[in-house]
Design a binder for this molecule. Structure first.
Ligand code: GLN
Ligand code: ZN
Length: 759
């Protein structure tokens, strides 16, 4: 019963990878130094895994930026705009693909998007007509050599061709990216033929199998994998799936000439039975039982039963024990956390500890000596289950009496809109922003000093009041209709709330790669969540006290807080989400009581929480929308609730967006030229919409006519009475100069169209 790992965090315990790549980009380190740090990290991580008892260590999971970008480089799938003609993709071309050229007029980077429903971003492969694919990087082969020379038992890892193409995009109009499948597979064949001599197993990742796939694509799995298996022989292929069940494709999978299949049994434990029943005799099963995406210890007694059941059917030889997915998504080493409450820490396992868990589970399943670690694990789980740290009777009691009417506003939108119009007295096409204003060096300095306790609370509050006053003054000068306080006090829209909620804890070194050299330290929900005291009232109150204009209160919604945290795994996500919703609801009520008449509850992560398969969407959206409504619905008719989402794909979930029943929703729209509004028009979206009229992702300042034209377009789809004018998203990454210029133009554009409408 082998243990193996699907992938290991790359960044290093001191974020060495981040430091070296950023120094390289700046010119402070050269290519040799970059390569050397990469080598050190790989060797250190293989050693860590081996020492902890991982039998087969992954090779090729390391990357200087992203594994999908590495695959593009390996296949020579370099977009034409980089002018690459060489034999092998060089470091400079590689990073230009990832980051583009700096300065105006430079070549743009390749698109980046979220890797399934994780917070990791991959580089989107680009396909065009006439593209050629051939081995264009030696990275994977060099790393295999490096690992073998160092004496490791290895398993090379590659994203599979279906996932590579499926997650890519065609950039030639009318060109179907799947037309390249055969050419791509031919190159894969060459790659596998080179790897095939050197190892027993090769892992090919096809997480796309967790989704619904078109029959035309599914039909091609068998011929493609026949080619790949042949090329790889005598090595065996391990088809790795994760992030969801794949039993809906069982008929396809069982026909593939692969020697093993990996299943994510954390996300989809139910699929085990299906596979045990009909797995062909020639196939081994890799059981993904240790959660690769969370920070908790595996529950060994429970998981052991699962492994034993599988072993009874298949025999020990056909079982492998593994994490559910690559450990890329979990922090590296719990030992580094000296600040965590020891009791909570005892419930956790990071990547290094998860490797030990694999080993212990495999030993225990084979009745080899694992009694002591099993006992320790059992004790940790018992303590966790009964810990007063986790259980807050007040929260549980409150949750038990949540009733459907708590998720409904008193009156329907039409009635509310009338009262709100009267109370707020806003003009047609009111102008506003999404919440944050430029986070200047001065702001960040003050926040850091406050956090470190270098300045006392009073000085800190005064500093923040100063930033708020500045933001308010600027907005008044600009003539915006609904003001915001600017979010100077927030480093991050989830962490800020997490820090003030009970049930949350924070790591000091729990970094996880988000994209490239960017890492995040997600907060951890370990217990029942509640709000001991108001979280935002002070700041918004200050803004209100210095202006006569309405000030919008700013909150992060329950689904987004859930989605961007590590979440407890001892109760269903929906339950945790409801607790957060009640905490946000408390804040909403306090804001209203404090006289705030417009409150925005951001839900930018609602869409990314969608399960891989469509048939599961409804269940998720039902509770997600319910939680949003639970947080928002306590207010009086006259209080206006806004929400915000920063993406442009609404077609397939528009009815759920409407079901949120926010009075106003602001969305990204400028980059698609308002095209996304069609979904709102077609559906006859009943409430108010603020389609973004300028892209905040670049410093470019759009002129008045350009924005006026977008507003006119929007008026053709949504009646002007229900339209707002705002940027696509928050402005925290922008500088004040371009922000002032763009907002001045935006206010003028709104005035222009307003006048046209009056005529
Ligand atoms: N209110 C937040 C801001 O303006 C919203 C950010 C987001 O949607 N990601 O920064
Ligand atoms: Zn946004």
């Amino acid at each position: 019963m082998l243990t193996h790992n699907l992938g290991f965090p790359r960044i290093g315990i001191d974020r060495e990878l981040k430091k070296v790549t950023e120094a390289f980009w700046k010119g402070d380190k050269d290519e040799a130094e970059l390569a050397e740090t990469g080598r050190e990290l790989r060797l250190r991580h293989w050693e860590l895994q081996r020492k902890r008892g991982v039998d087969l260590v992954p090779v090729g999971d390391f990357s200087f930026y992203d594994h999908m970008l590495d695959m593009a480089a390996l296949l020579g799938a370099v977009p034409e705009r980089y002018g690459w003609t060489g034999r092998y993709v060089d470091v400079s071309t590689y990073f230009r693909m990832a980051r583009g050229d700096s300065g105006t007029g430079g070549t743009t980077a390749m698109e980046m998007t979220k890797w399934f429903d994780t917070n990791y971003h991959y580089i989107v492969p680009e396909f065009h007509r006439g593209q050629k694919f051939f081995i264009s990087s030696t990275k994977i082969f060099d790393e295999v050599r490096e690992a073998l020379d160092a004496g490791y038992k290895i398993k090379p890892v590659l994203p599979g061709p279906f996932t590579f193409i499926g997650l890519g995009k065609s950039v030639s109009s009318g060109f179907d990216k799947w037309d390249h499948l055969d050419a791509v597979v031919a190159a894969y064949g060459d790659i596998l033929a080179l790897l095939g001599q050197q190892c027993e197993w090769i892992q090919v990742d096809e997480p796309i199998l967790a989704q619904d796939l078109e029959p035309e694509v599914l039909d091609r799995f068998k011929p493609v994998y026949e080619r790949l298996a042949q090329a790889a022989a005598p090595s065996k292929l391990l088809l790795a799936t994760y992030f969801g069940g794949v039993d809906h494709h069982m008929d396809i999978i069982r026909e593939l000439p692969v020697a093993g299949v990996h299943l994510d049994l954390v996300r989809a434990p139910g699929q085990l039975d299906v596979f045990l029943e009909s797995l062909p005799e020639v196939m081994a099963l890799s059981l993904g039982v240790v959660d690769g995406r969370n920070v908790w210890k595996v529950e060994m007694d429970r998981v052991l039963k699962l492994i034993r059941k599988a072993a009874d059917v298949l025999g020990n030889d056909r079982i492998m024990v593994a994490p559910s997915c690559s450990l890329l998504h979990s922090p590296l080493d719990l030992e580094r956390e000296s600040e965590l409450d020891g009791r909570i820490k005892n419930w956790m396992a990071f990547a290094v500890q998860k490797c030990t868990e694999l080993h212990v589970l495999s030993m225990a399943a084979q009745d080899l000596n694992a009694v002591e670690p099993m006992r320790q694990n059992r004790r940790a789980w018992q303590e966790r289950r009964h810990s007063p740290l986790i259980h807050d009777p007040a929260v549980e009691k409150r949750l038990a009496v949540v009733t459907p009417d708590m998720t409904r506003r008193t009156s329907p939108y039409e009635t509310r809109a009338e009262v709100q119009r009267e109370k707020l007295g806003l003009p047609l096409l009111p102008t506003t922003t999404i919440g944050s204003f430029p986070q200047t060096a001065e702001i960040r300095k003050a926040r850091l000093a406050g956090k470190r306790g270098e300045i006392d609370a009073k000085v800190y509050v005064e500093a923040m009041h100063g930033f708020i006053a500045d933001a308010v003054k600027r907005q008044e000068e600009l003539g915006l209709d609904v003001l915001v306080h600017g979010e100077a006090e927030r480093n991050d829209m989830v962490e800020y709330f997490g820090q003030q909620l009970d049930g949350y804890c924070f790591t000091s070194n729990g970094w996880v790669q988000s994209y490239g050299s960017r890492c995040v330290k997600p907060p951890i929900i370990f217990g029942d969540v509640s709000r001991p005291a108001p979280m935002t009232v002070e700041w918004i109150g200050h803004a209100r006290s210095i202006t006569d204009k309405p000030v919008k209160g700013m909150l992060t919604g329950p689904v987004t807080i859930l989605q961007w945290s590590f979440v407890r795994d001892d109760q269903p996500r929906v339950q945790t989400c409801r607790q957060i919703a009640l905490a946000v609801r408390d804040e909403v009520l306090d804001l209203e009581a404090g006289g705030v008449s417009i409150i925005q509850i951001d839900e930018p992560a609602l869409r990314e929480g969608l399960p891989p398969r469509r048939r599961d969407w409804k269940e998720y959206l039902e509770w997600g929308v319910e939680c949003f409504r639970l947080s928002a619905s306590s207010v009086r008719d006259e209080t206006q609730i806004h929400t915000h989402m920063c993406y442009a794909e609404f077609n397939d979930i528009i009815e759920w967006i409407a079901a949120m029943d926010a009075d106003v929703i602001s969305i990204e729209a400028s980059r698609s030229n308002m095209e996304l509004l069609e979904a709102f028009g077609r559906f006859e979206y009943p409430n108010e919409v603020g389609p973004g009229v300028y892209d905040i992702h670049s410093p470019r300042v759009p002129d008045v006519d350009e924005m006026a034209e977008l507003i006119r377009r929007a008026c053709r789809v949504v009646p002007a009475e229900r339209l707002w004018v705002n940027p696509d998203c928050g402005l925290k990454t922008r500088a004040w100069t371009e922000t002032m210029a763009a907002l001045a133009n935006m206010v003028e554009a709104a005035a222009m169209v307003r006048n046209e409408l009056k005529r």
